[in-house]
Design a protein around this ligand. Structure first.
Ligand code: ADP
Ligand code: MG
Length: 253
């Protein structure tokens, strides 16, 4: 069976800078793959390529075994791949429901209302509530403005929104870096739940405890290359840090 998402020999140049040098990796449905590495290792570039925001210079992306070329994030989204970036892209002054449906507002069932473009607020609120409850997101009031939510609740909303509109692959860039301990746990639980439902998740993180807690496997990027893929008993903080810093792996390949 082919992986949900596979990347072969992905390369990206920015002028003279080689951000990615022949990256090969894969992630299955129901799996969380960690991507770790020092600043400048190429993590965000990889995520941007997978989400259709940036074009690779060379290499191949396969979605369920089929070659995929995403012209833009909307095309990636339509194919079932979505990213949550660090800025979350929430509309602060709008409520949770509006953010959940941002760009996908459901038109009211009534033909007249549909003609004038009214939105079916009740149905949207009910759908938002049920999705947030299903993922056990702790957001008590869907009519609250998103700027009044805690950092953890905002992150949870952004992830739940992406998961609700995405069918195959969820890409997360440092989802817990700005959060307190309790909120980190909630977001990690949410990531686990989303993956248990069958999503393939790629998680970029600097937080080694997060990677150990939630990832089935992790790849270490160093200077744009995969220097290690760790799982099982090899997936330890010592090994991750060793490969990230280059203390391990140099001269081994
Ligand atoms: N838009 C860009 N233009 C030029 N260089 C870039 C651009 N984006 C990233 N880079 C460079 O590519 C390399 C990898 O960056 P990035 O993917 O952001 O790494 P990471 O997310 O692991 O910190 C770095 O050397 C960075 O300076
Ligand atoms: Mg980055």
């Amino acid at each position: 069976m082919s992986a949900r998402l596979a990347v072969h020999d992905l390369t990206k140049h920015y002028g003279g800078v080689q951000a990615l040098r022949g990256v090969t990796l894969q992630v299955d449905a129901g799996e969380v793959l960690g991507v770790v590495g020092d600043n400048g290792a190429g993590k965000s570039t990889l995520l941007k390529i997978l989400s259709g925001a940036v074009f690779p210079s060379a290499g191949e992306i396969l979605l369920d075994g089929q070659p995929a070329r995403f012209a833009n994030p909307a095309a990636a989204h339509a194919a079932g791949v979505a990213a949550v970036y660090q800025d979350l892209a929430l509309a602060g002054q709008r409520d949770v429901v509006a953010n959940f449906f941002l760009g996908r507002e459901k038109l009211a069932g009534n033909w007249l209302a549909r003609r004038v473009g009214w939105l079916d607020g009740k149905a949207m609120a009910a759908h938002t509530e049920s999705e947030l409850a299903r993922l056990r997101t702790r957001i008590p009031d869907v009519r609250a403005s998103s700027r009044d939510l805690s950092g953890g609740q905002r992150q949870a909303l952004a992830i739940a929104r992406a998961a609700a509109w995405t069918s195959k692959v969820l890409l997360l860039d440092e989802p817990t870096s700005a959060l307190g301990v309790e909120q980190q746990h909630q977001v990690l639980d949410l990531i686990r739940r989303v993956s248990t439902e069958g999503m393939a998740v790629i998680l970029i993180s600097h937080q080694m405890p997060d990677v150990l807690k939630v990832c089935d496997r992790a790849v270490v990027l160093r200077l744009g290359q995969v220097v290690a893929t760790l799982s099982g008993a090899e997936l330890t903080s010592e090994n991750l840090v060793g490969y990230i810093t280059g203390a391990m792996g140099e001269g081994e390949q």
